[in-house]
Design a protein. Structure first.
Length: 136
């Protein structure tokens, strides 16, 4: 695990051309922005803590509208892909949380909803630590 004081951390555990396995280390109340997965499939396995997933459908001019909110529990798995809309993950606790994310194929970028401009923007993905041994 690798912790960043300002926001959740992404640690790449393994990666090749077919998949990517990332450990997300969440501080209390950290959250992702609303985002897609650039066409990749994503499984999330919760290791510890209290994570909430909010799913969104896109209406009108790509405006996200919340359609589902689920509290994830440790040792359980959830799945997401772009055909299901987009989502955000939230650590709903003041305590740290850990989740494993498996992407098929690796995710290099995604679209992130910017609350200020009320539109999606492309974001290049990065890690706080890469243990895969591969160059990005």
């Amino acid at each position: 695990a690798e912790w960043d004081a300002d926001h959740y951390s992404r640690v790449c555990l393994a990666k090749n051309k077919k998949f990517e396995l990332i450990l997300l280390c969440w501080n209390g109340y950290d959250q992702t922005p609303i985002h897609d997965h650039d066409g990749q499939k994503c499984w999330v396995y919760q290791l510890a803590g209290q994570i909430e997933e909010k799913r969104y459908d896109l209406v009108d001019d790509n405006e996200p509208v919340e359609v589902l909110s689920t509290k994830l529990t440790p040792r359980n798995l959830t799945y997401m892909d772009d055909n299901m809309g987009c989502h955000a993950l939230i650590n709903s606790s003041p305590k740290r949380s850990l989740t494993l994310h498996l992407y098929v194929n690796p995710i290099e970028k995604c679209s992130v909803y910017c609350e200020d401009s009320e539109e999606f923007q492309t974001k290049e993905m990065s890690y706080c630590k890469d243990l895969s041994g591969l160059e990005n």
